[in-house]
Design a protein around this ligand. Structure first.
Ligand SMILES: Nc1nc2c(ncn2[C@@H]2O[C@H](COP(=O)(O)OP(=O)(O)O)[C@@H](O)[C@H]2O)c(=O)[nH]1
Ligand SMILES: [Mg+2]
Length: 436
């Protein structure tokens, strides 16, 4: 077969990629005679940061494989991937009117208050009912702007009933001043329902600005004073967590700490969705995402290497291409490389969207499409560690996995390669945007 695929083959294969799941056909494996792309042991020796803590995931996969037939195991792994894709995360933002709730809703979604899709913000703008704002690129992340909790005659139980408390995974109770009696009443009622809640002291940038003209101004001391003051007035709740933030500059102050706390305290599925949804406005945010996608690589590699799949002509590997496509599409969006995310970034940093787009250099620069996948899959790939046992012991030092097969190792490498290439593109975009 020649270097470029013949058109009918390409069309046929393209149609299958679009349908996500490959219909097995009677075609022998490994049809290309292109020079192989070699992935050496050297590339595999060093585990990536964060890969060590994947042992439990791999062990779970291994258990699934040991306990079931290959077909059942593959089915279970696919179900786990589907479950992950369908998890909803509902975030409730509450607090008094004017506290900065709607602005925080927008900031979490990566929007500014004047963006077209933004929640309305104004001191006079009162939200009467919970209003749901979907994440701009991930609709299963829902951020709820709850009605203001009012100043007097506040009944936390009635309020929670009215806002349908059970809908939410956690509550952020926002205040731009010291927390008041009603904030505390609400927190107690939320705690009674066994829901997670966190206090957010907003508009920290205002406090800093107001104090910064003083001769003996010291930011750290000032933030500590606010922190101590919040703790003092929340004493009745034990020692609840308080995060000082500015919705105009989320990466500064305590917002990253809020996220890492959520990472620790949310159930794993929810945690993944949360990380996935965060805008990439710093290298730290990118690294956090990369770490979670590395976990997904294992599942995707096992899920894609279905037992009875016959290859598409012209491609060197028989696997479930749908899983590969959706993995890359997810990473692409999550890393902020898609059109919508770049438009949002462009508005945020005041640079033309074309300039940001032009910073992308990788094979994914025009998106995740069939051509890119063909390019990745048309050459046979020789992975030095031929079996999953070798692969897993190279990467994380456990060699007890039972599943064998070159395809898992190969897919693992393709996914990892793509992930790294997209991460490099994101770094280039952030650099041009002058935020990293
Ligand atoms: N400086 C500063 N202003 C903020 C911040 N968050 C909200 N605001 C402003 O505070 C006002 C009320 O905010 P809004 O989000 O509408 O409050 P809500 O009534 O709780 O929804 C608006 O003018 C916002 O621009 C912040 O973190 N820093
Ligand atoms: Mg509001």
């Amino acid at each position: 077969m020649s270097e470029s695929l013949s058109d009918p083959d390409k069309l046929q294969a393209g149609a299958k990629l679009r349908h996500r799941y490959v219909i097995p056909q009677d075609i022998p494996h490994g049809l290309t005679n292109l020079p192989p792309v070699e992935i050496t042991n050297k590339e595999m020796e060093k585990p990536d940061d964060g890969e060590e803590d994947m042992c439990s995931d791999l062990q779970d996969i291994d258990d699934t494989i040991k306990k079931s037939s290959p077909k059942e195991a593959n089915q279970k792994i696919k179900e786990r991937l589907d479950d992950l894709a369908n998890v909803n995360l509902n975030i409730a933002i509450t607090g008094m009117t004017g506290a900065g709730k709607s602005t925080l809703v927008n900031a979490i979604r990566g929007l500014r208050n004047d963006d077209e899709l933004a929640a309305k913000t104004d001191v006079t703008e009162c939200t009467k009912y919970p209003t749901m704002y979907p994440h701009p690129t991930l609709p299963n992340v829902k951020i709820w702007d709850l009605p203001g909790i009012g100043t007097k005659d506040f009944n936390a139980k009635t309020y929670l009933k009215k806002v349908k408390w059970d809908t939410y995974d956690f509550f952020l109770i926002v205040s731009s001043e010291r927390f008041k009696e009603n904030d505390i009443k609400l927190a107690k009622a939320v705690r009674k329902k066994k829901k997670l809640y966190y206090f957010v002291r907003s508009k920290i940038d205002n406090d800093i600005y107001a104090e910064s003209t003083k001769r003996d101004f010291n930011q750290e001391n000032m933030l500590k004073k606010i922190r101590d003051d919040c703790k003092k007035n929340l004493k009745g709740l034990g020692s609840p967590k308080v995060f000082l933030i500015s919705s105009f500059d989320l990466e500064r102050y305590d917002y990253p700490k809020l996220i890492s706390t959520l990472e620790e305290e949310l159930p794993e599925n929810k945690r993944f969705v949360l990380i996935h949804s965060l805008p990439v406005h710093s290298l730290d945010a990118l690294e956090r995402k990369k770490k979670y996608f590395r976990k997904l690589i294992w599942l995707s590699a096992f899920g894609a290497s279905a037992v009875a799949i016959t290859p598409i002509p012209g491609l060197s590997l028989a696997c479930d291409y749908g899983i590969l496509v959706s993995f890359f599409e997810n990473v692409y969006k999550s890393f902020g490389l898609d059109e919508k995310s770049l438009e949002l970034l462009s508005a945020r940093v005041n640079k033309p969207v074309e300039t940001l787009k032009a910073a992308k250099e990788s094979r994914f620069k025009d998106g995740v499409n069939e051509d890119v996948l063909f390019d990745m899959l048309k050459k046979p790939i020789v992975v030095a560690a031929l079996t999953i046992e070798q692969l897993s012991s190279f990467v994380i030092g456990i060699g007890s996995l039972t599943a064998g097969g070159v395809s898992i190792a190969t897919i693992y490498h393709l996914l990892k390669k793509g992930l790294n290439e997209m991460a490099e593109d994101t770094k280039r975009v952030l650099k041009v945007a002058e935020i990293a």
